[in-house]
Structures are given as C-alpha cells and as structure tokens.
Design a protein around this ligand. Structure first.
Ligand code: FEO
Ligand code: CA
Ligand code: CA
Length: 559
C-alpha cells in the first residue's frame, strides 16, 4: 500500500480520537502482562491526576555514542548477558530478541520465568570464524558452538530491592537450541519426520492464553538454505549464508514455523497450521468462545500478513490460515480443499502450508513492506503492524499499518487498512520494528535501521543516528508525540520490549552491539562494558519514576 505521511497536527488529532474509544477489555490481553489494564491505581486525588496530566516527557536527541542512554526518569540494570551461566550446564545464548515474562503467581509479580529468543550469531564472537573469508576452513566444532547459541533461554528471575536477578541453577532454567528435538503439531510428517532437530532464527514471538511462550523462526534460510523451484517444477537447494547444511543435512522445510514452549516442563512443538514463512512474531487474541486468532507477518520484502483462526478452543492446529488482501480489506483462506487454484498447484494442504508464500501470491495477497511486530491496541482493538521498510521499492523509513477488523471482531474476514503513522524526518524515527502497549495504552516502539546503513554516508539514515526506543503517550500534554526515550549502543537495535505485570519494569533486549566488528581486538562497541572487553547482547530491566507515572495515566481515561 502507499505510504501517507502524517504531519504532527494530523497525527495528534488522530490519536485524540483513538483515546476516546471504548475499552473492549479483552480478558486474554488483560491477563498477559503485555497490555494489562486490570491494575489501576485507585484513589488518586484531583491534584495527583492534574500532575499526571501535566507530566512532560523530556525526549532524548539522536546519538551515535557507544552507550545505552535513557531519558530523565528512567534507569537500567543489566539482567543477563551473552555467555552468562544460567545453570551448572548451560549458558545464555547470543543475539537476544523477544522477551516474555510470566510470573508463577499473579499475586507475586516479582518472581517468575523469563523467556528470551536468541535469533542468530556473529560467528567472530561465538565461534571465532571470520564470516565471508573464502580462505578460512570451518570446523564442525565451530558450527556446534553456533548451534548452541541460537534458540532461546528460560530463566527464573526475581526482583529483590528493586533489582531483577537471575536465579542461578533454578530447575526451570533451560536452553532450547538448534539441536533440541521438537515435535510437529501436525498429522502428516514433513520431509519424512514427525520430530525435527532444533529451532533457530528466533526473532520475535508471543504468549498464549494458556501461559506458554511462542517463538518465531524468521530468517530460517540463513542456516540451512531453502528449497527453490524452477518454472518446470524441478527443485534445487539454495545455499545458506551460514552453511550449516554442509555439516548437518536437515531439510529447510523443518524451519520457518511458530514454535511453542511450555515453560514449566520445556515441552516444545512446531505449529504447522500457522504456515511456513519468515515469521517475525505471533500475536494471539482469544475470542469469547476460547477459539484463538493468531496474527503473524512475513518479514521479507513484498511478503504478506497472515492470521490463523482456530475452529476449536485453544487450538493452534484445527482451523484456517488466512492471508491479507489489504487493498480490498479481505482475509483470503489458504484452504487447499476449497480453493481450485491451490488444488491445481499444490498436492495437499501440508504443501500449501510449507510453501505459504507461493500460495498467497497465487491467491492475490497484498505484498507489504516487510511486516514486523504486531500488537493489538488494548483500548480500541485495532491491530498495529510495523512495516519496517522496503528499500528496493524506495520505502526507506517504513510505517505502521493499522487493521480495523469489521465490527471489531478478530475472527471477521473483512477489515479496513490505513497508515497509522509513517517513519521519516518529520516524525523523527525510521524503520519501526517491535511494538508494545503498556498498562495505560501508551505505545512503545523500537527501531531497526540495519547496521550496514546506520550512521553511514550515502544512506538516508544519518540524522537518526543509533537505533532507539520511542514512546507515543496516549493522553496528557504529550499525547501523540513520538518521544525518543532511549538510545542503543553502537550497531545495536533494541528488541523484545515486554512490561512486567505490575507495569513498573520494561524488559528490553539489546541485540547485536558491535555487529560491524571485523577484528576482535578492535570491536566497534564495548557495551555492556564488562571485563571481557567485547560487546555482548544482553537483556536489561528499565525502571524508574517515568515508567510508573506513564502506567498510572490509565486512570484518567477509565470509561
Ligand atoms: Fe528479526 Fe524482522 O526482525
Ligand atoms: Ca524484528
Ligand atoms: Ca528488523
């Protein structure tokens, strides 16, 4: 779709309308800790409310400094870094992305389990392999180290005296890696298997109403390549960037899925019904009858937006996968049995799901500018989707797409689509990626200008400097402004924003600091400045007066 640029005035008045919406109070969203309006500070005096209304956020200016900088009223402490021990057997993986915290007990939100995705590795740091040097031989030991450092981590964390700490050796602490056996939640084997080896490329994710984690396999072709098709129907293997298939012959079709992990016992499965593509995230909505709707985007140039609607309560297997036609506001079913075009081109529903991109194009799905994270507005029910950029099409700064389902029903097959806000000079941000609503419905957004283009002459990104975290307050003096509240260290992006259930902590990953490093003795970043003198992807906990006040604003708008 075409991008529309909002000027500030238009944008504020737009958000103003949104804030008058009726709280739909979806019970699942209310309980998941990410968008929770159930905790409201009661009994504020008029004076206190007026003070909150006047709360002024002092935004940061862009920075190219190698540091994590926060605006006034915010503080951080580093919760866990790459290679930290989580138990006597296991260490924390590389390039952290999605985070999700589930307390053991709703009454004690300061103690629970944190899931963290580990998307990919920088081989120079992880396996001492100089990526891209054709003269260097790679060993299986190096590949094994890389395979260990992707996937995800579960760690028990606890807050003591205002600081979150990992409980070392807690029996729940475990790693999921590219070597973990994972069952397929499907009746037909894929490439002959019902259990496959490993998960990787774990970018963003989601949480289920039954309190399990979802982790999404995004750029899966970077590790085992892809099966490509020629016009005559014959296939060939497109090689991967990391070349793991030269050591382990796992088929590409085993990757590119949504994976679910039960934090209590580590049970893990891949959900085939949700389709195979570069899944950025998976955002669930539970309907009144307990059926679920799962939104997921395919983060690649000119790919699509999907939603799965289950036909049975709490199922991620029984149901239909749809793809979006945003030009006509229709969800198109990827249903082999009832779509003659699909019956002609594919042998079965399983094949349609494995080759979801091709099936979507065949049915006229709309090509989008790299759909990334998806969040459901807890006040209006609108679905927001980051479209990060599409450089070959000249969209350098991206935008946020808004989907309004017909009659605000998430299982509707009709919707309207519009531009919620556009990246670029005027709005002060570029390349939106992760989104999170806090307890008051303020929108938090991270950006992902790629390392190869950030702070580089010749690209239109100079003025934005390092990647950042922004907040868009819903009400009060700053309503509708896009305010930069944190700057990332050099080469890094912030990922995986997730609020603690009491809204007082924002967990945030700092992914790929120092990614442009080509010489270990001369890294481009030293954050988080520990004794090893190399950059380390880490998860931080952000707290402070500002977050607490932002989360309290909800009371003013309570209908
Ligand atoms: Fe891994 Fe689309 O970000
Ligand atoms: Ca992302
Ligand atoms: Ca991204």
């Amino acid at each position: 779709m075409e991008n529309k640029k909002y000027n500030r005035k238009e944008f504020i008045s737009f958000l103003g309308k949104v804030s008058l919406g009726v709280a739909i109070a979806p019970s699942f969203l209310m309980n998941c800790g990410n968008s929770n309006s159930s905790i409201i500070s009661e009994g504020l005096s008029i004076d206190e409310i007026n003070k909150l209304k006047k709360l002024v956020l002092e935004g940061l200016v862009a920075s190219d400094k190698d540091d994590l900088l926060l605006t006034k009223g915010l503080y951080y402490h580093t919760l866990i870094k790459w290679n930290d021990k989580i138990s006597d057997q296991d260490t924390f993986g590389f390039n952290c992305d999605f985070t999700c915290f589930i307390p053991f007990d709703e009454k004690h939100p300061e103690d629970g389990l944190l899931w963290v995705n580990h998307e990919y590795v920088h081989p120079l740091f992880v396996s001492n392999y100089a990526f891209g040097n054709p003269n260097e031989e790679r060993t299986i030991e190096q590949v094994d180290k890389e395979m260990y450092n992707v996937g995800g981590s579960i760690v028990r964390i606890r807050q003591e005296n205002g600081k979150w700490k990992v409980v070392h050796n807690d029996p729940h602490n475990r790693r999921v890696t590219a070597k973990t056996p994972i069952s397929l939640n499907w009746d037909t084997p894929i490439e002959g298997k019902t259990t496959v080896i490993g998960t990787h490329s774990n970018c963003s994710g989601g949480i289920t109403p039954w309190k399990t984690f979802l982790t999404c396999e995004e750029n899966y072709d970077q590790f085992y390549g892809e099966t490509e098709r020629l016009n005559d129907g014959s296939t060939y293997h497109r090689a991967s960037a990391f070349g793991w298939e030269n050591f382990y012959k796992y088929p590409p079709e085993h990757y590119g899925w949504v994976v679910e992990i039960d934090p209590k016992d580590g049970t893990i499965q891949k959900h085939i019904a949700l389709g195979r593509f570069a899944h950025e995230c998976c955002t669930l909505f539970q309907l009144k009858d307990k059926r679920v709707v799962a939104y997921s985007g395919d983060d690649s140039n000119d790919q699509h937006l999907y939603k799965f609607i289950s036909s049975k309560p709490n199922s991620l297997k029984e149901g239909t996968l749809y793809v979006a036609d945003t030009n006509n506001g229709k969800w198109i079913p990827l249903d082999w049995a009832n779509q003659p075009l699909l019956k002609n081109a594919f042998e079965s529903q399983t094949e349609v799901l494995i080759r979801a991109r091709e099936a979507s194009k065949l049915l006229g799905a709309t090509e989008l500018n790299r759909p990334e994270d998806i969040e459901i507005d807890p006040i209006t029910g609108s679905v927001l989707i980051s479209l990060t950029n599409n450089k070959p099409k000249g969209d350098f700064h991206g935008s946020i797409l808004k989907i309004e389902e017909e009659n605000n029903k998430h299982d509707s097959l009709n919707f309207s689509a519009s531009v919620y806000m556009a990246g670029g000079e005027e709005n002060g941000f570029s390349c939106p990626d992760n989104l999170a609503f806090d307890l008051s419905g303020n929108l938090w957004m991270t950006t992902d200008i790629s390392g190869g283009a950030m702070n580089k002459e010749g690209w239109p990104y100079m003025e934005f400097k390092n990647n950042s975290l922004f907040v868009i307050p819903r009400i009060g003096k700053d309503a509708g402004k896009i305010i930069r509240v944190a700057n990332a260290p050099r080469d890094a992006e912030f990922t995986g924003p997730w609020f603690s259930p009491d809204g007082k902590t924002l967990f945030l990953s700092v992914q790929h600091p120092g990614e442009q490093t080509i010489d270990l003795k001369n890294p481009t970043s030293l954050w988080p400045f520990d004794k090893d003198n190399i950059p380390k992807p880490s998860v931080v906990a952000i707290t402070g007066d500002l977050i607490e006040k932002m989360n309290n604003l909800h009371i003013i708008e309570k209908p």
